[in-house]
Design a protein around this ligand. Structure first.
Ligand SMILES: [Zn+2]
Length: 177
């Protein structure tokens, strides 16, 4: 396993020829777009990226990413640490190639001279972030005042309703007198 940033550009043909597996541990600092989406910018992402050709000779890149990220819980607004995993397979096809034979399980990418690997993997990490990060319900720190306030607003106090009725009655009595 290599510690350090991913090479920004790689030659996917060469890597597929030798069925390379890139095994990296990348600091969040080397993934600035991903890091800026997190509450804490300290951490690392474990990545395994394997290059190969399938039976149809299509160049396939398989990614396996895993990390722990601290985000803000959208329920209680406290930090929440989430395990993030992402697995994806990409089919790299030359421009204008027939795509009909490629299995739908692959994301399609255009195969050029080189592949912007770091950018691709950072995009995948961003997509792996939950849209609405939150604690599991029993771990969530919903502030007490918040739930009390909500209860008060949703249910009118029975005594104030009674008092209101009394006032209305006495007003009518006043008019008839
Ligand atoms: Zn929470």
């Amino acid at each position: 396993m290599l510690n350090g940033p991913l090479p920004p550009q790689v030659d996917p043909r060469k890597l597929a020829e030798r069925q390379a597996v890139l095994d990296y541990c990348v600091a969040f600092a080397d993934l600035p777009r991903f890091a800026s989406a997190l509450l804490e910018q300290e951490g690392r992402v474990r990545m395994q990226l394997s290059f190969a050709r399938d039976e149809g000779k299509t160049l396939i890149l398989r990614s396996l990413l895993s990390t722990q990220a601290v985000l803000r819980c959208q329920r209680c607004l406290e930090p929440v640490t989430l395990d993030l995993q992402s697995q994806c397979s990409y089919a790299l096809l030359p421009a204008g190639a027939d795509r009909s034979g490629v299995s739908a399980q692959h994301e399609l990418l255009e195969l050029g001279e080189s592949l912007a690997l770091a950018e691709l993997i950072e995009d995948e990490l961003l997509l792996a972030l939950p849209l609405v990060p939150a604690h599991k319900t029993h771990h969530c720190q919903i502030p007490a005042w918040n739930s009390q306030e909500a209860a008060r607003e949703s249910k009118p106090n029975p005594f104030s309703v009674l008092a209101q009725l009394r006032q209305d009655n006495s007003a009518e009595t006043d008019i008839t007198n």
